[in-house]
Design a protein around this ligand. Structure first.
Ligand SMILES: C[S@@+](CC[C@H](N)C(=O)[O-])C[C@H]1O[C@@H](n2cnc3c(N)ncnc32)[C@H](O)[C@@H]1O
Length: 265
């Protein structure tokens, strides 16, 4: 699993936070709810969730990286708590005593970091943890995500004998299978959906470098020998001008897997 630097990540979340409102518009969270945030990272969005559910509610953040949770603790409100674990181990760290104990389990920009073979299990755990009638809401990298950056990174990585696309950028149809296998209902309630969404995300040269350095290149480095990490980074950064858009900006195209499903009542 790639390791993350929590403070470097925390300084480079603006491109996610710009889409918080759009995500929340399609997320049925109520005051007083208990919300589970899978892969809470540095916790800025988790704190927003905690504010939304208010003092009668609670937000639990799960993340596999201690430095992320250090950051998240710093931003936390009193109605928050955290669990240090990979989401593949939810059944161990939030066992049977937590069955059906959340109104909403959600995840932002995380599940593409989970290997394909583990995806169905994560959805099953989320389904177990929400109450009957509760919600599972996911947004993460999907098929077609970051096409320009992916082509550049894959090409540089190949030069070092490294991997191509170290993420699970799944199609909506693959995700529909995982959701259904988990016993979730993505259809009956008209609010539910399983879809891919293209987004233009705003970057300039500095913020694009920040994104590459804080949350992108390490995905490749996890499979490259440490001795070549600096050269890998330098080779990617030397080609940054290739990431200019047709209009001359450094804005990038994101394609998100975006879904809302419900545990049958
Ligand atoms: C791009 S960040 C998103 C953080 C946060 N959800 C946000 O919106 O800012 C991805 C997060 O997923 C976490 N992560 C990656 N793989 C994970 C796994 N298997 N289990 C738990 N957390 C994981 C990383 O530690 C990181 O904090």
């Amino acid at each position: 699993m790639p390791s993350w630097d929590g403070s470097a990540y925390a300084a480079n979340t603006a491109h996610h936070r710009a889409f918080d409102d759009a995500f929340l518009t399609a997320t049925p969270i109520e005051p007083g709810d208990r919300v589970l945030d899978l892969g809470c990272g540095s916790g800025d969005f988790t704190a927003t969730l905690a504010e939304l559910v208010g003092d009668e509610g609670h937000a639990v953040g799960v993340d596999a990286q201690p430095s992320m949770l250090d950051e998240a603790h710093r931003r936390a409100r009193p109605n928050q708590s955290f669990v240090l674990a990979p989401v593949q181990r939810l059944d161990e760290v939030l066992g049977a005593e937590h069955d059906a104990s959340f109104d909403v389990a959600l995840s932002r920009a995380v599940l593409h970091w989970v290997p394909e073979a583990d995806q169905a299990g994560v959805y099953r755990s989320a389904a177990r943890l929400v109450r009957p009638g509760g919600w599972v809401r996911v947004e993460c990298g999907g098929a077609g995500n970051i096409p320009a950056a992916l082509a550049l990174l894959d090409d540089v990585s190949a030069g070092f004998g490294g991997p191509s696309c170290p993420w699970t950028f799944a199609t909506p149809s693959a995700a529909l299978d995982w959701v259904e296998q988990a016993g979730l209902d993505p259809v009956s309630d008209p609010r539910c959906f399983v879809r891919g969404v293209a987004q233009r995300r705003a970057f300039d040269e500095t913020s694009l470098l920040g994104w590459l350095r804080s949350q992108t290149m390490h995905a490749y480095e996890a499979s490259l020998p440490p001795a070549v990490h600096a050269d890998f980074r330098a080779a990617v950064e030397a080609r940054l001008p290739e990431l200019r858009r047709h209009d001359g900006t450094y804005d990038q195209t994101w394609v998100r897997l975006d879904l809302l499903a419900r545990r049958p009542a």
